[in-house]
Design a protein around this ligand. Structure first.
Ligand code: SF4
Length: 317
């Protein structure tokens, strides 16, 4: 079966001043099967959020294509675009900024229902809002309140209810828990995972921390400086990370049971991510890589399959 989402050679540049170009995303290719959770992971500045926003149609790509159910997302117009906007939704990182402070929770969710004319009567609309609130662990009484009356975790639940209101098939979760207290992050991740199973949703789950996506994603893609440097089944990438950057990221994750993962030593990653305005020649990771060799400065490694479904962009392989 054809993947639901196919991203091919995606490129997104932002011109910030005359002649100054931020190369936010370069040659990114991946696909997401129906019902799959694909996690995109990387530090800030890696381009993962730009990928998510381009995939959902909020940004136009500089090059490459995004296909949703076979159709080029950025060529859609009229009723096909309208249908796509219902089938594909986004949950934003910052629930504080993404909810209109002057609208009640009921109005926020109701607006999404109205845009796609999903309810016919006032009563049906109210019932649907109450049902959506209950699905995300809130109650019907919350519909009359304003976003500022809720905690961060509750606000993110409201954002999730708004996204689900239109019964989407595909959800881009753009760092949905990064702005939340650590104590409630797991609750929101568990909620997203449960909803995905119950509704057979397909997720592009964006996170900066590998530990957040370990237990919920089927496959993971690691981004560095606008490039996808490694992709593979999540368990496989955790068991045997191949790219020196993935190894460095994983070695920084606390190990719950040290006996099980003996031998995994902390791998130093020196320095900061270089500027995407002036990225290094060759391999983008070479300025921080403990294994860099002369070829790494000259030739950019391409993403190559080295084990079944496990791809890496590195000259070591
Ligand atoms: Fe390091 Fe070279 Fe591999 Fe890049 S290509 S990650 S610099 S070894």
């Amino acid at each position: 079966q054809r993947p639901l989402v196919e991203v091919h050679d995606l490129q997104k540049h932002f011109v910030i001043r005359r002649g100054l170009r931020v190369r936010a995303v370069e040659k990114v290719t991946f696909s997401i099967a129906r019902g799959e959770i694909f996690a995109l992971v990387g530090e800030s500045g890696s381009g993962k959020t730009t990928v998510g926003r381009t995939v959902i149609g909020l940004y136009r790509p500089t090059g490459g294509t995004v296909r949703f159910d076979g159709a080029d997302v950025h060529a859609l117009s009229g009723s096909a675009l309208y249908a796509f906007k219902r089938r594909a939704q986004i949950i934003f990182q910052d629930p504080y900024a993404s909810l209109n402070p002057r609208m009640t929770v009921g109005e926020i969710i109701g607006e999404a229902l109205d845009t796609h004319r999903l309810t016919r009567t006032r009563k049906e609309r109210q019932e649907r809002i109450a049902q959506l609130l209950s699905v995300v662990g809130l109650s019907a009484e919350h519909a009359g309140r304003y976003p500022h009356e809720f905690s961060g975790g509750q606000r993110q639940r409201i954002g999730i209810a708004r996204a689900l209101a239109v019964d989407p098939e595909f959800v881009v979760a753009d760092e949905p828990i990064s702005a939340l207290d650590v104590s409630i992050q797991a609750q929101v991740v568990n909620l997203l995972a449960r909803l995905q199973r119950q509704r057979r949703l397909t997720y592009l789950f964006i996170a900066h921390d590998l530990s957040m996506v370990r237990h919920i994603s089927d496959r993971v893609g690691v981004m560095y400086l606008g490039r996808l440097v490694e992709t593979g089944p999540t368990a496989e990438v955790y068991r045997q990370p191949l790219h020196p950057y993935t190894q460095g990221l994983l070695s920084a994750v606390p190990i719950p049971d040290p006996r099980r993962e003996r031998g995994r030593q902390r791998i130093p990653m020196e320095g900061e991510i270089p500027s995407p305005i002036d990225p290094p020649s060759g391999c983008p990771f070479r300025t921080r890589c403990p294994h860099a060799r002369p070829i790494c400065a000259e030739v950019e490694p391409s993403l190559t399959e080295v084990a079944p479904a496990h791809r890496v962009a590195c000259h070591l392989y």
